[in-house]
Design a protein around this ligand. Structure first.
Ligand code: SAM
Ligand code: SF4
Length: 377
């Protein structure tokens, strides 16, 4: 019998126990649950682990992560590769290097890759990505699933890439509080909350599996903000989520608030609670175990998987570039991210990697049917 059922015995009736019997939560419920500690926190994690096992199984799917360029036209105040940071080498993988990494993912049956970079909006960037998408489909007999995460673009650009074979797109909203969004971005047209929201909506309307997420433990962020973030993801009917702790970077403007942050360990725990709560609320979505969790705790990804995450993104960027994709302090660069290592670590939590399958969610299938999206594949 699981710890959850044990702790739910009539002897131990508390508000948290009553809340955890529910499948959906109000903002007040979420605030209470985000503050759960001790046995109550264990109960929350046990419940979300049970939901994951029931709806997803003790499984993870892979997305080979190719961080193909750290060149960015934006200046988000938290990010180490922001345009104004002159203290790092800029790089841009060649098409051959990207295709080699994609081929590696295909041959090793990862089934999916994710192409991520800084944000550039230009015809040459659009065309380059479009060509790469066609080539990746070609070298993998159309079999590799492709996630893009290259920021805000015009709807025509998203459509072009969708038609070229990208079918998932990850665009974190970062925070759903527009005032907080303003505090962590420069105040100009390039960094606009409404545009980011509109981009996410456009992605969903075009037919992508739309993914979003937030940073957890940002300066000025409240527990109420995080509760609203969870409600936003539910109400937006999001297909995939990648949430992670905010980790400060010394060469960014937000470093001046470093003394106002929660300790890293608490940001880590808060992230686990966010994952657990979202898994209970959205039982069949894809949720990433983030690299930022692994940065704080070497077992961070496994802990995230245990309580609800079901996607892992092993880094397959050529090793020599990894240290320059330095979003935050101590981001793992040269760690062993091989699947054999991953397999061994996941076996310890009785979880297996599903090879050769995209791992699309039932959630997306249901939404697709409901909206009768024409899916070009
Ligand atoms: N440029 C694209 C964009 O912003 O959507 C994709 C790449 S960007 C590096 C991917 C994500 O990194 C961002 O959405 C942000 O949440 C995360 N990130 C950036 N700086 C971070 C930090 N200091 N701590 C944690 N996550 C961070
Ligand atoms: Fe550029 Fe993305 Fe970093 Fe913002 S978060 S500075 S858009 S790479």
């Amino acid at each position: 019998m699981s710890a959850f059922y044990y702790l739910c015995s009539p002897m131990s009736g508390t508000t948290i126990i009553e809340l955890l019997i529910k499948d959906d939560f109000s903002k007040d419920d979420l605030v209470k649950l985000l503050r759960a500690e001790g046995e109550e926190k264990i109960m929350l994690f046990q419940k979300s682990a049970d939901v994951k096992e029931q709806y997803i199984g003790k499984k993870v799917w892979l997305r080979g992560l190719i961080e193909f360029s750290n060149i960015c036209g934006k200046d988000c105040m938290y990010c180490g590769i922001r345009k104004s940071n002159t203290k790092l080498e800029r790089y841009n993988l060649t098409d051959d290097e990207i295709l080699t990494a994609a081929r590696f993912a295909y041959e090793n049956r990862y089934a999916s890759i994710a192409l991520q970079s800084g944000e550039l909006e230009s015809a040459s960037f659009t065309n380059r990505i479009e060509n790469l998408l066609y080539k990746i489909k070609e070298i993998s007999n159309g079999e590799l699933g492709i996630t893009l995460s290259v920021g805000e673009q015009e709807p025509e650009v998203y459509k072009k890439w969708f038609d070229a074979g990208a079918h998932r797109y990850l665009l974190r909203i970062e925070t759903t509080n527009p005032d907080l969004y303003r505090k962590i971005h420069p105040d100009n047209k390039k960094h606009n909350f409404q545009r980011r929201y509109d981009c996410l909506k456009n992605l969903q309307d075009i037919g992508y599996q739309a993914g979003t997420g937030v940073m957890i433990g940002l300066p000025f962020q409240t527990t109420e903000d995080l509760a609203n973030d969870l409600l936003f993801m539910r109400d937006f009917d999001i297909d995939m989520v990648g949430m992670g702790p905010y980790i400060e970077h010394v060469d960014t403007p937000l470093i001046k608030y470093a003394d106002k942050l929660l300790p890293l360990k608490e940001r880590f725990e808060l992230t686990l609670k966010m994952i657990a709560l979202l898994r209970i609320m959205m039982k069949d979505i894809n949720m990433v175990a983030s690299t930022a969790q692994q940065t704080i705790d070497p077992e961070g990804r496994e802990k995230s998987v245990e309580i609800g995450a079901n996607i892992i993104m092993p880094n397959i960027t050529p090793g020599k570039y990894r240290d320059d994709y330095s979003l935050y302090a101590n981001k793992p660069g040269s760690d062993d991210d091989s699947v054999s290592n991953l397999e061994a670590r996941l076996a310890l939590i009785d979880t297996e990697i599903v090879y050769g399958k995209w791992g699309d969610t039932k959630h997306y299938e249901k939404r697709r049917k409901a909206e009768a999206i024409v899916y070009r594949r």
